[in-house]
Design a protein around this ligand. Structure first.
Ligand SMILES: N[C@@H](CCC[C@H](N)C(=O)O)C(=O)O
Length: 293
């Protein structure tokens, strides 16, 4: 039987199964299947996906993230905060500021420990990528242009899309009332639309004022989740681009699972602060193929 140790953690309810690959050896070819299996709430543990913590040649540690449909993504904001908590508390890193490599690039993490326990983490998420080709998104504009307030008809709704990549792609729509946002229809349709050849995360945002917004997400590969860290960063960047928020000013983003504090600095980097929580630890008995085959 194949078995491995796991830790389940969440950031604002966006929960993943974390596997420490400094200790556990999961076969590369089985990773999508393992992600699907552990995420299943009936026959697995139940989660939004799988996150691997491991060795990096370019940073202090590496994070890899798989959505609950088995697809691999390039970045995960809530995952980064949980990885930072894990590696600090397990003494994999012995400093409060350190680097984490993702497939989307290297970011800087700062933990804020109290008596050795980390409850809040700040991630310098780096610079947003704003070109159409960064998403990528097919359209009439040039590949180097920003995707700003672009009119789109989806599921009978006339919507204006702003596109932002935080290493992974986000389609942001500003709405007057977040409770009426057509997340359940527009989310899955746009996620799989041919205009986004690599898929997209879909976010609706209601701006309260320059320093506060409500946010709901349909995540590529996972559907509706309680929170999306990269999505919240992308929403703040999109708000600044559309004149609804200011550079260098903190914005509190209200997600279904709680609040994130985000600033797009004058230097260009997006800073995100929020919680990271350990839920449980255990041994998972994998039903899929034999690891040794
Ligand atoms: N929940 C995450 C993002 C996870 C990846 C995303 N679904 C994608 O496919 O790009 C976050 O907190 O950023």
């Amino acid at each position: 039987m194949n078995q491995f140790n796991f830790t389940k953690m969440h950031g604002l309810g966006n929960n993943y199964i974390y596997v420490d690959t400094f200790k556990e050896n999961l076969p590369e070819r089985e990773l999508p299947a393992i992600a699907k299996e552990v995420s299943n709430p009936h026959t697995g543990i139940g989660s939004d996906g799988l996150i691997l913590i491991g060795k990096s040649d370019n940073a202090d540690v590496m994070m890899r993230i798989f959505n609950n449909d088995g697809s691999e993504a390039k970045n995960c904001g809530n995952g980064l905060r949980c990885v930072a908590k894990y590696v600090y508390e397990h003494e994999i890193v012995a400093k409060e500021i350190f680097s984490i490599e993702t497939l989307g690039g290297v970011v800087q993490a700062q933990v804020h420990p109290e008596a050795g326990q980390v409850t809040q983490v700040t991630i310098n998420m780096g610079e947003p990528r704003l070109k159409r080709s960064d998403l990528p998104m097919i359209g009439s504009g040039s590949d180097n242009d920003f995707v700003l307030d672009e009119l789109l008809e989806v599921e009978g709704h006339q919507l204006k899309l702003t596109g932002v990549s935080m290493g992974n792609p986000h389609a942001i729509f500003f709405v007057d009332d977040i409770e009426k946002a057509p997340l359940l229809t527009v989310g899955p349709t746009l996620e799989k639309s041919e205009i986004f050849p690599e898929g997209v995360n879909v976010e609706f945002v209601e701006v309260v004022n320059e320093n506060e917004m409500h946010f709901r997400v349909w995540e590529r590969g996972s559907g509706i989740t309680q929170a999306c860290g990269t999505g919240a960063c992308a929403a703040v960047v999109a708000a600044v681009q559309n004149g609804k928020a200011k550079r260098n000013e903190e914005v509190v983003v209200h997600l279904s699972g709680g609040d994130l504090y985000i600033t797009w600095s004058m230097e260009g980097e997006v800073m995100m602060t929020g919680p990271a929580v350990t839920i449980c630890e255990g041994i998972y008995y994998y039903n899929g193929k034999d690891f040794k085959n």
